[in-house]
Ligand binder design. Structure first.
Ligand SMILES: NC(=O)c1ccc[n+]([C@@H]2O[C@H](COP(=O)([O-])OP(=O)(O)OC[C@H]3O[C@@H](n4cnc5c(N)ncnc54)[C@H](O)[C@@H]3O)[C@@H](O)[C@H]2O)c1
Length: 263
């Protein structure tokens, strides 16, 4: 998006879970639009991987370790950004996990793990980010939800609960900060071929029919779920984040990038 309308030149942008997958794609897109990136991930090695992707695309990035479930870890991340940059303009709270189980199979641990990263993590990050953004009366918060935050999927009730939560939370906070130059939106990816979907431990591996290969399962899910019949990419998610980061009057929305799946 090398268009002045979509320029993030001079902006500082944070992406959590930015080491790989969708987060890395978003980080690269924000950097290509001119932002300076902070990549935060569960391990420093992952955060460094995300930085390498941004640098390979010609951007600037620094790495931070964070566990989005832990308030003190999130506060340390934001304090480090304030010390290094003095500001935070764009924050993409993207770290997330998934697991599978029918409602009677789900363990309390599975429920807590998914809710802790996907919803508590988004709460803790948004809270700390808004504290800093308020000082400049400017900010763009983008919380990664999902199409599973717009409709329920069997065997993903805990994941859907977390992502519906992200959408409701983002809409409520958007209204709290609407007069302070801060927008808050939720991004709802459809199906993206990251580690969450691909391989034997990803959703397409676990949802393969008896005798069906993971690759065939991946093809079947794209064709059967998505009106356009093809998966979305991390670049698609990056494009929407650049738009949301540049749009002053789009707030409180749950924007799907899902090939026509949801309303
Ligand atoms: N892949 C899809 O099709 C899809 C669809 C809808 C929504 N999403 C959402 O998009 C986001 C990114 O998913 P992805 O597909 O890139 O998955 P991924 O597993 O490739 O990436 C998730 C990232 O989050 C990080 N993370 C996990 N727990 C963390 C924690 N406690 N603290 C800090 N970082 C942590 C991981 O280390 C990883 O880098 C997630 O929120 C996911 O729920 C993905």
């Amino acid at each position: 998006m090398a268009n002045s309308q979509f320029s993030l030149k001079g902006r500082v942008a944070l992406v959590t879970g930015g080491g790989r997958g969708i987060g890395a794609g978003i980080a690269v897109a924000l950097a290509q639009a001119g932002a300076e990136l902070v990549i935060a991930d569960y391990t420093m090695a992952l955060a460094e991987e995300g930085c390498a992707s941004v640098k390979a695309a010609g951007g600037k990035a620094t790495a931070l370790q964070v566990d989005v479930r832990r308030p003190e870890s999130v506060k340390a991340m934001i304090a480090s950004i304030e010390m290094q940059h003095g500001r935070l303009d764009v924050a993409v709270n993207n770290a997330g996990i998934v697991s599978l189980g029918s409602v009677t199979e789900l363990t309390v641990e599975q429920w807590d793990d998914v809710l802790d990263v996907n919803l508590r993590g988004v709460f803790l990050c948004t809270q700390a980010e808004i504290d800093l953004m308020r000082k400049a009366q400017f900010g763009r918060v983008i919380n990664t939800a999902s199409i599973a935050g717009k409709t329920g999927f069997p065997h993903l009730s805990h994941y859907s609960a977390s992502k519906f939560g992200v959408i409701g939370f983002s809409n409520a906070v958007a209204k709290e900060v609407a007069k302070e130059g801060i927008t808050v939106n939720a991004l709802c990816p459809g199906i993206v071929g990251t580690g969450m979907w691909r391989g034997e431990t990803g959703l397409s591996g676990k949802w393969a029919l008896p005798g069906e290969s993971e690759e065939a399962s991946w093809e079947r899910h794209q064709a059967s779920f998505l009106p356009q019949g093809v998966a979305q990419t991390s670049e698609d998610m990056g494009q929407m984040c650049v738009f949301l980061a540049c749009a002053p009057h789009v707030t409180g929305q749950a924007v799907a990038v899902d090939g026509g799946f949801s309303l």
